[in-house]
Design a protein around this ligand. Structure first.
Ligand SMILES: [Zn+2]
Length: 740
């Protein structure tokens, strides 16, 4: 409908519109030019397109752990399925262990500065004063006929030059022999794997991850994702089935991704019986290896070996842990369609808190995530104790948190539980909803932390959890070093990636869920995204598009501000004017009425509070010309009667921080009651810097507060009230005293 008389339009637009002198920034413009265009692989709705394809890699691996020299030796066979439309002349394989080679280990990015006094461990990180062997020895690469395949290593990536191009739709089976020295975790910054030595009993716990040469991702957006491993940006991996045989000292216990296939060969009769009992125990964990047995094991140093066999289906990675120190407990967690074994493996150094809390935390995470995202599909879910870190892999995670002299503070215990919940949660993001961690750390960390914090709030309400308020210190920080969330993983600072990639997206999703979209609609949309991209490789645009597609809420303004800029929310309630309508109706004397209006506005401008009372305004009968071609007339006396003696409040809000947001306005009335009005973010469409809005209230207002429940991470709450909150500083108090 296009036909509107110019006169009518202009008579409607009498509110002060174009008073801004700041530049138009287009905060509501679509973000289409900031994200990749949709195509046949990724549709405009955010779902995988009709022609979406994905590569696949199946692995058969035999590995042997040598405890004497801390080495791991492996022979692996990869079957790689080229489902892409392209013929491939070479393949890229990830060799993450090479990051630990001297002068290769961190691409020079970690804490470069030397200070007056340096602790020795930090100095070792910086200088590598004690050197050690690290990185892969590649023994062979050969095809199924035993014919050698040429390769070339570039740092953490290996190019496999195929004898024949791998045609679209075909698969290739080839084998790699390799070995590497497992690294001492205490000697590295950001060590996600390696060994931890316990001098007291001369034993070692091995955490084995990114341990075998793995296929790099080849996809429709990147081609080969062969960006080097620089430690901060994690992994991009293809799905496949794994058959893995792990040979370890005979007295070791192995915790691993996958189903244990040869239980009768590696477990004692007693252990097998206990495991059978644990499979039926839904209310508490059962010890498979007791603390006493683990302590006795520590004293053995078996020269024999045992081979543990595992099979994992449709996973994007495989990790395991091995030690004779492990205590092992397990219990059954029945989900909607199947029962999962929640299990924990820990040395005695984790007691007593690990036996009390670890498997329970796994169970809590499995239950809440299965409800909030989709049901956990795998047979086991394992938490392994380690020092310092939390690190995730399919079905297994390595989690820090230990008591000191048998004691653990409540805070440290909360941190340990929170870590376990978080790492278990990574089974969904990115192990199944398999985003590219090397490129977008926030996609798995942010989405995972969002559900992780919801789990903490639901199952551990006494421990602290993230809420919009939590991000305020970060958002008020130094903008000159701050990066937008949409920054690739390795380009953020060690000092801020936690806030930027974990907390900020979490808070963004919380705001969408709780205050912008609404819980029910948002939860549906979030599940829609999860199910659309289950076992696939989503990009940020797929998430952005799906959340709009499934909610009918335009969120481009939100993505633009929250994900692509470092702006913060700071709304200022700069003025509230109070009017009442007098009963005078003056049709003839227009001049007088207009004058009265102007006086009222001017009078309102300098008010600091409501003490001077309302300004009276008059309402006149609408002149015929304002009705344009309408022959009918509204019941104007009725409208005036409705408004007579009501309180009219005109509020002015300034956008100081730059981010636009919905406004929640709390009206505190003189009778002690209160009420909240909500304005959508769209209120900022016509003016991105300042808005004015009028409300009619029967009751008299004592105080107006913006964002009373801290829903929007407003970085300065001091300018959110009218009358202004007087928070006199000590200096101000001193000044006032001297004035008097
Ligand atoms: Zn994480």
């Amino acid at each position: 409908m296009k036909f509107i008389s110019i006169f009518l339009l202009s008579s409607l637009l009498t509110f002060p519109l174009f008073s801004q002198n700041q530049q138009y920034q287009g905060k509501f413009e679509p973000i289409d030019n900031m994200i990749p265009q949709p195509n046949v692989y990724r549709s405009a709705s955010g779902a995988p397109g009709k022609a979406y394809w994905q590569q696949r890699a199946d692995y058969k691996i035999k590995a042997a752990l040598n405890e004497k020299d801390n080495t791991l030796n492996g022979d692996e066979t990869i079957t790689y399925y080229n489902n892409s439309p392209d013929d491939l002349r070479y393949l890229w394989i990830q060799l993450e262990q090479n990051v630990n080679k001297k002068e290769n280990e961190d691409f020079g990015y970690a804490f470069g500065n030397v200070r007056d006094s340096m602790n020795t461990r930090h100095m070792q990180f910086l200088t590598r004063a004690i050197d050690f062997p690290a990185g892969y020895t590649i023994k062979y690469i050969k095809d199924t006929n035993g014919k050698a395949i040429k390769s070339l290593v570039n740092n953490t990536m290996m190019k496999v030059l195929l004898n024949e191009p791998l045609k679209s739709g075909e698969s290739l089976t080839f084998s790699i022999g390799w070995s590497y020295h497992i690294t001492d975790r205490s000697m590295y910054l950001l060590s996600r794997e390696g060994y931890e030595y316990f001098p007291e009993d001369n034993n070692t716990v091995y955490l084995i991850a990114h341990w075998f040469p793995r296929m790099a991702v080849y996809n429709d957006t990147e081609g080969w994702q062969n960006k080097q491993f620089q430690k901060l940006g994690e992994f991009a991996l293809e799905f496949g089935d794994y058959d893995v045989e792990i040979t370890v000292p005979a007295d070791h216990i192995v915790a691993s991704t996958g189903d244990l296939k040869n239980e009768t060969q590696v477990l004692t009769k007693t252990q097998q019986q206990r495991l059978a009992n644990a499979r039926k125990s839904v209310d508490k964990p059962i010890m498979i290896v007791t603390p006493e047995e683990a302590k006795a094991n520590e004293k053995n140093k078996s020269n024999k070996t045992k081979t543990w066999q595992f099979r994992a289906e449709n996973v994007r990675d495989f990790a395991f842990a091995s030690s004779r120190k492990f205590i092992w407990d397990a219990q059954a967690v029945p989900l909607e369609t199947h029962t999962v074994m929640a299990m924990s493996f820990y040395p005695k150094e984790g007691l007593p808190v690990w036996s009390e809390s670890s498997t329970l935390a796994v169970k809590n995470a499995l239950e809440v995530y299965s409800e909030a995202v989709f049901e956990y599909p795998y047979p086991v879910c394992i938490s392994v104790n380690t020092s310092n870190i939390g690190m995730e892999f399919p079905m297994i995670s390595f989690n820090g948190g230990r008591p000191i002299n048998g004691e653990i503070s409540d805070r440290a215990k909360g941190g340990m539980i929170s870590t376990i919940v978080h790492e278990v949660g990574h089974n969904w993001f990115p192990m199944i909803i398999s985003s590219d961690e090397r490129q977008w750390m926030w996609m798995d960390e942010g989405l995972n932390t969002f559900i992780h914090q919801r789990t903490m709030k639901e199952r551990y309400p006494d421990y602290p959890h993230t809420e919009p308020k939590s991000i305020v210190p970060f958002m008020s920080g130094d903008k000159s070093i701050m990066r937008p969330i949409m920054t690739s993983s390795d380009n953020d600072l060690l000092s801020q990636f936690g806030a930027n990639y974990y907390q900020k997206p979490t808070v963004g999703l919380q705001m969408l869920r709780q205050s912008i979209v609404g819980e029910e609609l948002f939860d549906q949309a979030f599940k829609e995204y999860a199910n659309r991209w289950k076992y696939k490789h989503p990009n940020p645009a797929d998430l952005f598009r799906t959340l709009e597609d499934a909610t009918a809420v335009d969120l481009d303004w939100f993505y633009r501000g929250w994900f692509f800029t470092t702006d913060n929310v700071d709304m200022e309630l700069s003025n509230v004017k109070w009017f009442t309508v007098s009963d005078e109706v003056n049709i003839e004397n227009k001049g007088k009425t207009v004058k009265a209006n102007i006086e009222a506005e001017n009078a309102g401008e300098n008010t600091q509070d409501f003490t001077s009372g309302p300004e009276e305004i008059t309402m006149v009968t609408t002149p015929d010309q304002a009705y344009g071609q309408f022959l009918s007339r509204m019941d104007e006396p009725k409208i005036r009667k409705q408004l007579y003696k009501k309180n009219i409040y005109e509020i002015t809000v300034k956008n100081v921080g730059g981010l636009i947001m919905p406004l929640t306005i709390e009206w505190q009335y003189t009778d002690g009651t209160s009420e909240i009005d909500t304005l959508p973010a769209e209120i900022w469409r016509t003016n991105e810097y300042e808005i004015t809005k009028t409300f009619i209230k029967a009751k008299e207002v004592k105080k107006v507060v913006l964002d009373p429940k801290f829903e929007f991470a407003d970085t300065d709450m001091k300018n959110n009230s009218f009358p202004k909150v007087e928070e006199a500083s000590d200096f101000d108090k001193f000044k006032n005293k001297t004035k008097n």
